[in-house]
Design a binder for this molecule. Structure first.
Ligand SMILES: *Cc1c(COP(=O)(O)O)cnc(C)c1O
Length: 454
């Protein structure tokens, strides 16, 4: 019988993270101070992050050691399995071979603990007592709550108010791991009070929640801040996904033509794609790496490449990114993890240089793909992950039309067990399509006064 599941042993958990910056033909541009617009040094980040993480943020060393303590915790769920999607292939009647790496087996149910654990570890090592963060749908907040609990660090999560009200079980998950969770905007920070003064019923946004969490870290030397995507060190931590997948595809006797991952800020995409992109950059291979983003928040396919803020109030450095503008408020689609206005500096530079691709997908096509996947492969995917499934299906159908066999690997970055409300809407025909208009994008970009990149 053909092999379906490709597993590794604890000894196969990578010993080093891969840092793609070492291999990039054009390095990412430096972050700028939001006031002076001059490049910032590590000292500006020191109130927010422990020095080890700042070093990882700026290093161009190709391989960075994973601490033994971190590998020990990774053993709870790593190595994650890779599967061949025979059921889906059969349904599509495609000559393409489809594989998926499943990150939903982590305690929090997504890839996010891959970076939450090392971030908590380096904070603990630096003597930090409390970490603040933001969360949208709750995936990052739960991953960080879990990681902080293991290292005995207090965790304070600012959860976008709309999600706080609509996703009570994600909040309780965070409480179970010992974190305090506040709806954002809150009256615990100046940033939150300012927003509430303007709109007492504000539903909040990721940008606002980041402003609140960052403000608290600036105020107290024992408190630091943690981000679940976008930054260079976060993307690097996620490369354990692709490094394991390389070994698993070797086991399968295969090599990918196409890699696909959903795209919010870029961390799970980087995690699966960068170790394979190394074959393109180092050895001249031609693997296509496709980022799958929602049509309602299409920064990669319809945004501009320029400096922009990571938050709403202007407390974070300016980063070079594909962006829709930091005031852009995406429609309330169910893939909450993909509702971010910008993208990381590394992925943005790679896209600019034509080394990766992006596709935008609407919500109905994604849920349809998610249902096909659940009914053939069994696993119910997170709404974010359905963007990768739909893209893999597009590519498999194209392979069929062209009569060629392609090997496709996609990242199944999380399960959808907390998203039954979204599936209920889809199944009862109530899910609505969202695509942002050109007017909306231009209006948001017109508000930007951040530096343009020549
Ligand atoms: C957070 C999240 C994403 C989006 O974030 P990236 O940094 O782009 O990976 C996608 N899927 C899931 C399940 C998430 O939790």
């Amino acid at each position: 019988m053909a092999q379906k599941k490709f597993t590794l042993t604890e000894a196969d958990i990578p010993e080093k993270w891969y840092n793609i910056v070492a291999d990039m033909p054009n390095k990412p541009l430096p972050p700028l101070h939001p006031g002076t617009k001059e490049p910032i040094g590590p000292e500006m980040l020191a109130p927010l992050f422990p020095m080890e993480l700042i070093k990882q943020e700026v290093t161009s060393e190709k391989w960075v050691d994973i601490p033994e303590e971190v590998r020990d915790i990774y053993k709870i769920w790593r190595p994650t399995p890779m599967f061949r999607a025979y059921g889906l292939e059969k349904l599509l009647d495609t000559p393409a071979k489809i594989y998926y790496k499943y990150e939903g087996v982590s305690p929090a149910g997504s890839h996010k603990p891959n970076t939450a654990v090392p971030q908590a570890f380096y904070n603990k090592q630096a003597g930090v007592k409390r970490i603040t963060t933001e969360t949208g749908a709750g995936q990052w907040g739960s991953a960080l709550s879990f990681a902080c609990q293991l290292f005995g660090i207090e965790c304070e999560v600012y959860m976008v108010k709309a999600s706080y009200d609509s996703k009570p079980y994600r909040k309780i998950m965070m409480n179970t791991w010992g974190a305090s969770v506040y709806p954002s905007p809150s009256n615990r920070t100046e940033a939150g009070k300012k927003i509430l003064a303007g709109d007492p019923d504000s539903p909040g946004s990721l940008g606002i929640a980041i402003s609140e969490a960052v403000e608290l870290a600036f105020q107290d030397e024992n408190t630091k801040y943690a981000l679940g995507s976008v930054l260079n060190h976060v993307l690097m931590h996620q490369t354990v996904i692709g490094l394991e997948a390389i070994k698993q595809l070797e086991q399968a006797g295969d090599f990918p033509d196409i890699i696909v991952a959903p795209f919010g800020g870029g961390s799970n995409f980087a995690g699966i794609a960068f170790p394979f992109l190394r074959f393109n950059l180092d050895e001249g291979k031609k693997i296509r790496c496709i980022a799958a983003e929602p049509a309602s928040c299409p920064k990669l396919t319809r945004g501009v490449f320029r400096y922009d803020l990571g938050d709403t109030v202007g407390m974070t450095p300016l980063l070079p990114m594909y962006t829709l503008g930091h005031n852009f408020i995406p429609a309330p689609i169910h893939a909450g993890g993909l509702r971010y206005h910008g993208a990381g500096a590394i992925v943005s530079q790679l896209l600019k240089d034509g080394l990766i691709e992006a596709q935008a997908l609407k919500q109905l096509e994604c849920f349809e793909a998610g249902i096909k996947f659940a009914r053939t492969e069994g696993i119910i995917p997170a709404p974010e992950a359905t963007h990768a499934i739909a893209t893999a299906i597009r590519e498999a159908e194209r392979a069929k039309e062209e009569g060629v066999s392609k090997t496709i690997l996609f990242n199944l970055c999380g399960h959808g067990h907390f998203d039954m409300g979204a599936y209920e809407q889809y199944l009862s025909g109530k899910l609505v399509e969202h695509e942002v208009t050109q007017e909306e994008i231009l209006a948001s970009l017109a508000e930007l006064d951040t530096p343009v990149i020549a």
